[in-house]
Write a protein that binds this ligand. Sequence first.
Ligand code: SAH
Length: 232
Amino acid sequence: MTFKATVLTLYPDMFPGHLGHSLAGKALAREDWSLDTVQIRDFATGKHRNVDDTPAGGGAGMVLKPDVLAAAIDSTGTDTRPRLLMSPRGRPLTQKRVREIAAGEGVVIVCGRFEGVDQRVIEARNLEEVSIGDYILSGGEPAALTLLDAVVRILPGVMGNDQSGVSESFEGGLLEYPQYTRPAEFEGLPIPPVLMSGNHGAIDKWRHEEALKLTRERRPDILDDQGSDGSN
Ligand code: SAH
């Protein structure tokens, strides 16, 4: 089954962007997943074909018009794919949500611009607001590319070594342990001897302890989450 992504944007040329390269790009060429863009401006009406207007109540900037956006969303059909709106007000994206999206048939993503979108279309079209972090981008496009990057890399067959998807940061509820490769010595620093011992039990134990230590130091918040469902 091909995972089907549809992105609504005022800047379709930004896609597939980096997703046209490397493993995601090869998977796109193989049609393991598909990416369609919808130009929101195509659904503007009236003499000036405006997509935005000034905020009701006053204030800076412009707001994407609900009628134009609704028409663009309705053009994507009535399938059961989740409809996301990239938004700094959204629920922060997690690996758990990424896995849920990747397990489905696809996703419809709306990219905001300007000051954002009219609240009524968010409600009327049941858009799930998703944030990629506590900072403000100038548009939803890089956020959509980021979300799709995270989803596409875990689709079946996209990554060469399927095992590498399982031991990443967050997948086991912990940050990843430190990685090393040859040369055996770099600027006087050796690879930790346990990794060269060939003792897989000892290696697994060391990696788990290092992962725990790093997570405790850097992200105690995800350790706290473990009590609830054991993953992030
Ligand atoms: N005035 C809005 C920000 C608008 S930024 C506010 O304060 O909430 C313009 C667009 O960029 C948004 O509509 C959204 O689509 C996108 N965007 C900005 N920051 C984002 C983030 N952290 N995560 C996801 N999308 C973001």
